[in-house]
Design a protein around this ligand. Structure first.
Ligand SMILES: O=C(O)c1cc(=O)[nH]c(=O)n1[C@@H]1O[C@H](COP(=O)(O)O)[C@@H](O)[C@H]1O
Length: 272
């Protein structure tokens, strides 16, 4: 097998830094950039973001919903976005938050992680809240194809704790998810390919996040998370943190140079 996602991510962070920028073409952002809220506007937005950022940042994270809302033409733009961002050297993490029963999960895994798929990504986000075992088809596909999976653990939204802080034997639901990720990453060197999503906005961190895998940390900027929150929450495991932000960088557009500058500034602020 070729290199694992964990190894490719570690190399990308060393070369480009740790920032992950979301490509989230909200209707309001399309309007701010002077673009129409249709597939043409979407394509200009996404290609501008790729042009500005895919040669710079380690990870680009398109949010599938903002493409899906434009129908088949939007999906075609997503395919192009993923392909061109990867061609320019960025790792592409598609934020699509999948999760389903085993046989259907296998089809979703094929759709996004199979090397021959039209939307073949380096990694995707998945939800473990149908039971961690339901993720096996995703985790197996990631192993087989050298791809990554980021599992929602402690999400940035205020409703998350209702499920994620619920008590189960041995701790919380989120703690159990994190422990199972750590188990799956055991022995991987330099870094496991199964990541966890932990929001910058969660307040206090009472769970063990040393999972020998990447920690995707959204919630910076528009949702109120700050670089100081990152340092406070992740001191010991900062080497594995991918700070993620979308609107705070995208709002600097549509000028390519302004977008790039915004990403560079955020990268510096979150570098440690
Ligand atoms: O999986 C994610 O990326 C994610 C998980 C989470 O807990 N919170 C969260 O905000 N996200 C995503 O991260 C992005 C945040 O965007 P901004 O708030 O504009 O930076 C959105 O695409 C969210 O869907």
């Amino acid at each position: 097998m070729g290199e694992t996602f964990g190894a490719r991510l570690r190399a990308a962070i060393e070369k480009r830094g740790r920032l992950c920028v979301g490509i989230d073409p909200h209707a309001a952002l399309l309007a701010e950039w002077g673009l129409s809220d249709d597939a043409r506007g979407l394509e200009t937005f996404a290609m501008t973001a790729v042009d500005a950022l895919a040669g710079e940042v380690a990870v680009l994270k398109p949010q599938s919903a903002f493409f899906e809302r434009h129908g088949a033409a939007g999906i075609a733009v997503l395919e192009r976005t993923v392909r061109e961002a990867r061609d320019a050297g960025a790792l592409v993490l598609l934020d699509v938050k999948r999760g389903d029963i085993g046989s259907t999960a296998a089809a979703y895994a094929d759709a996004y992680l199979h090397p021959e798929s039209p939307i073949s990504c380096d990694a995707i986000t998945v939800s473990p809240y149908l039971g961690f075992g339901s993720l096996d088809p995703f985790l197996d596909a990631a192993d087989r194809y050298g791809r990554g999976v980021f599992v929602l653990a402690l999400t940035s939204n205020p409703e998350g704790p209702e499920v994620q802080h619920a008590r189960v034997e041995g701790g919380t639901v989120a703690g159990s998810v994190l422990a199972q990720i750590a188990l799956r990453n055991g022995g991987a060197d330099p870094l496991g390919s199964i990541g966890a999503v932990v929001g910058a906005t969660i307040g206090d961190l009472s769970e063990e996040v040393a999972i020998n895998g990447p920690l995707l940390v959204p919630g910076l900027g528009a949702q109120g998370g700050t670089p100081a929150d990152l340092r406070r929450l992740f001191g010991d495991v900062y080497a594995n943190v991918l700070p993620a932000t979308a609107r705070a960088v995208l709002a600097a557009g549509p000028e390519v140079s302004a977008l790039r500058d915004a990403a560079r500034r955020t990268a510096v602020e979150t570098s440690r």
